[in-house]
Design a protein around this ligand. Structure first.
Ligand SMILES: [Zn+2]
Ligand SMILES: [Zn+2]
Ligand SMILES: [Zn+2]
Length: 137
């Protein structure tokens, strides 16, 4: 997604397009890989003095809930990236070497068993890790 597409997604969902959110859109559009909340904060703080980490984090959360960004939980913490072009519910294969992330639409939840009755499922995570063709095994 380019910055204009990201900004359009935000405004379609009723989000006010502030200067900071525009900068966030440009940041994620211009980044191929993942950004941690700290990365984003440090990049944003160069441009907006007095910016708080909480504000940045709150914006990341809002954008994730709107499917503008996708959140990933790695062993070293939470990271965000621009949402895949894939509009349907999807999961990802992720290269451990270069971070290349490829969506696929199969959902293992559809055939799952063993969830206790009475448990209401709200969301789930399923990611497949390995090495892309370029990185090899
Ligand atoms: Zn995705
Ligand atoms: Zn790779
Ligand atoms: Zn799924």
């Amino acid at each position: 997604m380019n910055a204009e597409q990201i900004i359009q997604m935000m405004s379609e969902q009723g989000l006010r397009i502030t200067e900071q959110r525009r900068t966030l859109a440009e940041l994620f559009a211009g980044t191929d890989g993942y950004l941690t909340p700290k990365d984003v904060y440090e990049l944003m703080a160069q441009r907006y003095s007095g910016l708080s980490f909480d504000t940045v984090y709150r914006n990341l959360r809002i954008l994730q809930e709107m499917d503008v960004l996708e959140q990933f939980v790695f062993e070293d913490g939470i990271k965000f990236r621009a949402h895949c072009q894939e509009a349907h519910h999807h999961h990802h294969v992720i290269c451990l070497q270069c971070g290349t992330t490829i969506p696929f639409v199969f959902c293992p939840m559809e055939g799952i068993s063993g969830i206790p009755s009475g448990f209401t499922v709200v969301r789930h995570k399923f990611e497949v890790y390995g090495y892309c063709e370029a990185c090899g095994a």
